[in-house]
Design a protein around this ligand. Sequence first.
Ligand SMILES: [Zn+2]
Length: 771
Amino acid sequence: MDQQPYIPGMSPADPGPLSRFIPPLEEGVISVWLPLHASPFDEAQGRPGSWLLDPFGFSPRLVLEAARSGYRVLVTVNNPVTRFLLEMSANPPSESDFKAALAELETAKKGDERLGTHLRSLYLTLCQKCEKEIQAQSFLWRKGEDAPYARVYECTECGDTGERAATQQDIDRAKKIAGTDSLHRSRAFERVVSLKDDDRIYAEEAIEHYLPRPLYFLHTVINRLDGLSLTPERRRALNAMILVACDAGNTLWGYPSERLRPKQLNIPGQFREHNLWTQLERGLSLWLETASGVVCEAWPNKIPESGGICIYEGRLKELAHEVKKEIPIAAVIGAVPRPNQAFWTLSALWAGWLWGREAVEPYKIALRRRRYDWAWNATALHAAFSHLFELLPLGTPFFGLLPEPEPSFLTSALTSANAAGFDLQSLAMRTEHDPVQILWARGEHLKRETSAANIEDIREAIYSHLLERSEPASYLHVHTAGLIALTESHAVKNKEQEFDEAMRQTQALIQRALSEDARFVHYSTGENVDTGLWGLNHGILSEAKNRLPDEGDSSAPSAALSDMTDSLSDRVEIAVVTFLQKNPNRIYLEIEEDLYPRFPGLLTPSKAMIYAVLGSYAEKDGAAWKLRPEDAAAARRNELITITAMIETVGTRLGYATRRQEKNILWIEDEQIQYAFYVLASALIGRAILETPHPPPPGQTLIAIPGGRAALAAYKAQRDPALGARMKNYQLVKYRLLRNLVEVPVLTRETFEEQLASDPLEKAKAQMLMF
Ligand SMILES: [Zn+2]
């Protein structure tokens, strides 16, 4: 398989509306990928404006970025909320429309008072310090209780701020609203489904995730909408702000450990009830930050050749025939969907609240379907891939971004695509926190010949990956290595199998390949195969390394030797430093752009690893990185000579005979090696260990490193338990310690030992950079 490098991007500066339900993608990825794989020039028509298809429509930003790069993007969306997000992001109302719409709502009358005053009064609370009546930012609840236990505020009068216990007044206010709850609750579900509807029960259950106060707030606002005289743009702006409040108003906001990205409708043990008036205002600023300006039309309206978005509201199946006739698709892009019962169910509710029952009707199944497992996901993806197969020409590329990857999600995506005639071209993975980048191509046969899964293929794939890494990998990585091997031999699913059976078999086979093979070592605190890290048995690793180079071919580049002996993190260290030596003052993204093609596919280094190296060697001037003066190559070479001489001086003063042997400095007494030193300018600890005497001498082996490398060395030891274990027989000493020892007027062997013991590595600092 072609190993395509990971395309780096930037995390968006602002999260945007409903961000906890939108795939977390980096920006700038699709605009790099597109020109490489799909010409913006429409060859069939002989003019600019190639067509792309996003069959899932889950990520508004991805679609916008593609449209801005000069493509026409056809998007299928059947979730009315996602559709609204996409339209709003492409073409939001102006700031003045947002402000006017909110002002209109604020000044509407509720009895004798303004609606805004009434709604804000729902959140009044007494400041504990100055006893003035102020707005709470939120109330805190325990699941199942009928009143909040605390409130969070920032007093506008005296500045007192934080979490305070709820007062009797807070409790009474919450209970008073609850007194009229059943009326509001029945109105809330009648906007979604009719009383006679069989799905009524599901709507009621979904609404259980709203407390009485937010439900009252939202429906007081929603019921006023038709009475306001708003232009269509202002109505759209107000809907957008209300949508943000709808999400802020449910109970899926765990406290204090906020589950940032809920997938299930589960009420946390403790949760936060937001002040929805402030959330409406927050909605205003969230939407303004997304301001775009991309043409967005509903199918089959025309969009310009310069790029734009065409939304098909409905299912891919229905679109397939129309597209095949009329539009040549140059490439497919999209964030591969994963099950999200919480978002899908809430979307159906919100659609009813904002746009009425008719808007819910085509999407009502989302209310009913309560259990989404990975086999369900694979079946749904398979249907989508099969429709795509029908409408795409042979060889059409499909660039899929798989957010929040986990083993089952990858199995689901790769199995369903393979079973629908798509060939896996490349897969690049960084960490479990980053989207996986997958490239498929539409193959020749929808129903291809399959072969039987072979456990040895999986073993060999995992073995080669671990050998290439020369350090342990996460279960996700080794699982993916095995899965790719099965996919390439078309052995992920045979024609008779259902997806649940096929996926269970794949999962079990990969786990058996790992657990029943003495070459693989499991580093984990748990028993399960799919936890922790997997590495190669050290004996096998060094044997393989010894076998591969040294074939007597002196023309072999030394880089190949280094690739076989250095671990992935050591090679990343070398690559980053080499890049900065040649290219000072580069921004982080440029470092990634240079690095990723050197470490493609499953080897993609994490940001934490790159930052650990940068933190050790470089300094930042504005956004640009350059090596520290002391880490320039010439400075480090001189220092190596100085430190080596110091080690000899100290050894002589302590009464040892000193000797240089290969890359070591030995302190000898009675013809026995008492201490062996290895001087490093880098943090290539693995290489140092390999080049010190074996077996280690009876005395101590010390590795001297610059102080600036200590955190990087500790990071590597923590990241790689195999290295951490080997390092137990060695002691790292900082250059500074040796310099200090030279200065000590009366140096004894005891003070030397004491000094060594007093200089541990900075472990705390490394703790923060685990991936
Ligand atoms: Zn106060």
